[in-house]
Design a protein around this ligand. Structure first.
Ligand code: AMP
Length: 416
């Protein structure tokens, strides 16, 4: 038997239903917030991720799926969604001559060669949004609130952990301060952080291995290195979040794992067990760094596999069942032909319809109708059909009634 690759899973059954529900909900949110859908390739030129996510990040140094294609090109399976969206924005000049903001969303699989565990996979799903062309803190607040309310409305208790990484100069100053501070203590850090001191000192601050050590707790704080403008932006964000009644807290260990972020950043964390369900931030220099115009941006990505796992505990999955409006029961050849015709007519009128399409006995058809949570049964018989009538049974009250075929669509629509 051929089995699935390590770190992947098949989205089936209840998990699949929750995924479909989440996709539809997210799409409805995106509609209300006036975002436009974008799909970019699952694989891109490797260079894209080296230049965006960053050479020294864990994702690029340890986790990407890199390969050469048959044309000897260096290809990488996308580890995140933002880089591809920015590449597309630039390549297709999606900004045109607009000076209003460009709001995009995606839903797709990402690939990271991580050690698999519950909620951590090598192929995983993210829903994400990106807003280009606005440098106003109002758009940070709008984007944060969108993710917050999407997750909260699902019944999850969310805290948004916010931080500011400051502008480019603040980041350089803070990074230098971290290097000066950690260098004399290098032996107290885990082996990964010893490397990070060279490649990505900021990440030492959110290391999961070292996090409880005094050396980390006493490290310089980013807030002492922010420019006045960055501080003002952060204060403004807080006032907007207060106004929007968003449950947030400042957490200076939120540095995000990717190089492109600056200014305000955040993570959506589940209150009960601190699991990170998503994160985002501003990335005002990425579009320009990739050869596009000088265009500010802000966005987030949500880890949908983790959301599904958490919803399994709290959601009433029966609500997600696609209850069938009508189950058409047919036995004879004539009844089967009429069933096909009737089903087509109902389906084209948006009535969810199922038919006996594998020759079940009448008794098994009643069971099948129940399995499908059918609201009405059409129990076809040749006599009624010849008179243009359909024998309809309400599957809850068990009442039966004969309805003329000409009126059947209207009757069902009026009763479901
Ligand atoms: P990131 O792109 O690293 O900021 O991740 C955003 C969110 O995606 C995280 O908060 C997780 O919920 C989710 N995520 C990241 N990596 C994985 C993974 N390997 N498996 C499942 N979910 C992930």
């Amino acid at each position: 038997m051929i089995t699935k690759p390590k770190g992947t899973y098949d989205l089936t059954g209840v998990n699949g239903k929750i995924y479909t529900y989440l996709s539809n909900e997210f799409m409805a949110y995106m509609n209300n917030y006036n975002y436009e859908f974008i799909r970019t390739p699952i694989f891109e030129a490797s260079e894209l991720f080296h230049r965006t996510v960053g050479e020294g990040t864990d994702i690029v140094t340890k986790e990407t799926y890199d390969f050469k294609d048959r044309g000897e090109r260096d290809i990488t399976l996308r580890p995140e969604g933002t880089a591809g969206v920015v590449r597309s924005l630039i390549e297709n000049k999606l900004y045109g001559n607009r000076n209003d903001s460009i709001k995009l969303y995606y839903n797709g699989t990402m690939y990271r060669y991580e050690r698999p565990q519950a909620g951590r996979y090598r192929e995983f799903i993210q829903f994400g949004v990106e807003v280009f062309n606005s440098n106003d803190v109002m758009s940070d607040a709008e984007v944060i609130s969108l993710g917050y309310y999407f997750l909260s409305d699902l019944g999850l208790d969310i805290t948004v952990k916010i931080n500011s990484l400051g502008d480019a100069q603040s980041r350089v100053d803070y990074t230098n301060a971290l290097v000066d501070y950690f260098k004399p203590h290098i032996n107290e850090l885990c082996s990964d952080c010893q490397k990070r001191l060279e490649t990505n000192p900021l990440r030492i601050i959110d290391c999961k291995v070292d996090k409880d050590k005094d050396i980390i707790k006493n490290a310089p704080n980013i807030s002492d290195y922010l420019s006045q403008e960055s501080k003002d932006r952060f204060e403004k964000l807080k006032s907007y979040l207060n106004f929007l009644e968003i449950n947030y807290e400042v957490d200076e260990s939120i540095v995000r794992g990717l190089d492109y972020y600056d200014e305000n950043v955040w993570e959506y964390v589940l209150e009960s067990d601190s699991l990170a369900l998503g994160g985002g931030g501003r990335y005002n220099h990425l579009v320009k760094n990739l050869g596009g115009p000088d265009m500010p941006a802000v966005g987030f990505a949500l880890g949908i596999d983790r959301v599904i796992l958490k919803l399994l505990d709290i959601i009433d999955v029966r609500k997600l069942d696609n209850a069938v409006d009508v189950y058409i029961m047919a036995v004879s050849e004539e009844e089967k032909i009429q069933a096909l015709r009737l089903a087509q007519n109902l389906r084209l009128n948006n009535i969810i319809t199922e038919i006996n399409d594998n020759g079940l006995s009448l008794k098994s058809q009643f069971k099948a109708a129940d399995n499908n949570h059918a609201k009405f049964l059409f129990i076809l018989n040749d006599d009624d059909l010849q008179k243009g009538l359909i024998n309809v049974k309400d599957n809850v009250t068990k009442e039966e009634i004969k309805i003329s075929e000409d009126e059947i669509v209207d009757w069902i629509m009026g009763n479901i």
